[in-house]
Design a protein around this ligand. Structure first.
Ligand code: SAH
Length: 372
């Protein structure tokens, strides 16, 4: 899964823009500006709650086309003190997407090369670990990194990951008469094609990752150790440097089984056919992420996207935007609102999880308190 998605030469995300109606799938920030704006408001609110520190890193994992970062920076620019305090840090492995993000954030429209400070690495211990940087059209500086571990640690950070965790590789395990076995991918020489097989004996991954699932009643489990490592790092940074994280993705609470699938041209695609030509994804196990975040931080949720967006005021924002919109734009706004919030579309399958430092007993982050 990792090689198919992010192999530096041939990975699915590396050389092309895969989003939107012409691509393979569409994501919430691409559906409506309201999504990124409300996430931006959530950040402003949490920044104020921790005393409006004069320097804060906003770190996005897997920014896609940079649309959400752009909507968030636009929101921050309406709050002069926040605007002065923010630097933007994007964790992106794809050079093609990093260029698209840069064009979006600088407002550059040409197709030629765009100017930026580019650093090739490998980085010495005292050098900055970003691979490029620029100034956004809203003012704040933007930096790009290949991995979260490259993002500087000394400052308070607010983290956002939207549809990032579902792209991290999983291990699949199947319960058999002889105990748990890992599902592996084999090459069938007769048919010249890839196929799923069960390991004849427990693999190292089975021994290492299934300990916490010994009493699990499911007969098929997907585990993403890489997701666990990322969430542990987020929790560790939040505990020591302060800040907060918001993780939004489609997922479940440790009750789903076989969710690994491919998408091509907005349709399901067999994951073993023409690997690299389709997106691969697995539902995020929020109960696993919560467990891996540990007890040194506080987690909230997951709440559904419908609940989060309504608690954050999507209804009011929609009304405001409708007031000055053309007929065509009104149609788009309303259909975007429905798509983001309807239970039968993205409203229930997508969920939000927040990670915060321990604070007073009663503190609930915005969006996670039900307004009923
Ligand atoms: N957040 C965006 C894009 C989601 S697609 C949106 O919602 O529209 C996943 C994104 O994560 C892409 O930008 C992809 O290039 C990036 N990505 C995938 N695996 C990654 C990894 N291991 N490290 C860093 N970025 C990764």
């Amino acid at each position: 899964m990792k090689q198919v998605l992010v192999n530096p030469a041939m990975g699915y995300y590396i050389n092309k823009d895969v989003f939107g109606t012409k691509g393979d799938f569409i994501t919430s920030p691409e559906i409506s500006q309201m999504f990124g704006e409300l996430v931006g408001i959530w950040f402003v609110n949490e920044w104020m709650q921790i005393g409006s520190p004069s320097s804060i890193q906003v770190v996005e994992l897997g920014p896609g086309r940079g649309t959400m970062a752009d909507d968030m920076l636009r929101v921050f620019s309406k709050f002069p003190q926040m605007k002065e305090s923010v630097t933007c840090h994007l964790v992106e492995v794809s050079p093609t997407l990093a260029d698209i993000q840069q064009r979006k954030l600088t407002g550059s429209t040409g197709s030629g090369s765009i100017s930026s400070d580019t650093i090739s690495g490998p980085f010495g211990s005292n050098e900055p670990h970003y691979y490029k940087s620029c100034k956004s059209k809203y003012g704040p500086e933007v930096f790009w990194y290949r991995s979260l571990s490259d993002v500087p640690r000394e400052k308070v950070s607010g983290f956002i990951a939207h549809e990032f965790f579902d792209a991290l590789p999983i291990h699949k395990f199947q319960k058999t008469q002889h105990g748990w076995r890992e599902v592996l991918v084999d090459f069938d020489l007769n048919k010249s094609s890839l196929s799923f097989v069960l390991s004849p004996t427990p693999t190292a991954a089975t021994v290492a990752y299934l300990k916490m699932c010994e009493t699990d009643e499911r007969n098929h489990i997907e585990v993403s150790p890489e997701a666990g490592v990322v969430v542990q790092e987020l929790a560790d940074r939040i505990q020591s440097e302060g800040g907060f994280a918001l993780i939004a993705d489609y997922g479940h609470n440790g009750d789903k089984t076989d969710t690994f699938r491919g998408f091509k041209n907005h349709k399901l695609h067999d994951v073993l056919v023409e690997p690299g030509s389709a997106d691969l994804t697995a539902d995020v196990d929020f109960s696993y992420l919560t467990k891996m975040a540990g007890k040194n931080v506080k987690t909230f949720g997951p709440v559904t996207q419908n609940e989060f967006l309504h608690n954050m005021g999507i209804g009011v924002r929609l009304q405001m935007l409708l007031q000055n919109a053309t007929l065509e734009a009104r149609k788009d706004l309303i259909s975007g609102y429905k798509m983001l919030t309807s239970p039968d579309q993205m409203g229930e399958r997508f969920k939000f999880l927040a990670i915060l430092q321990h604070r007073g007993q009663d503190y609930n982050p915005a969006g996670f308190t039900s307004l009923q």
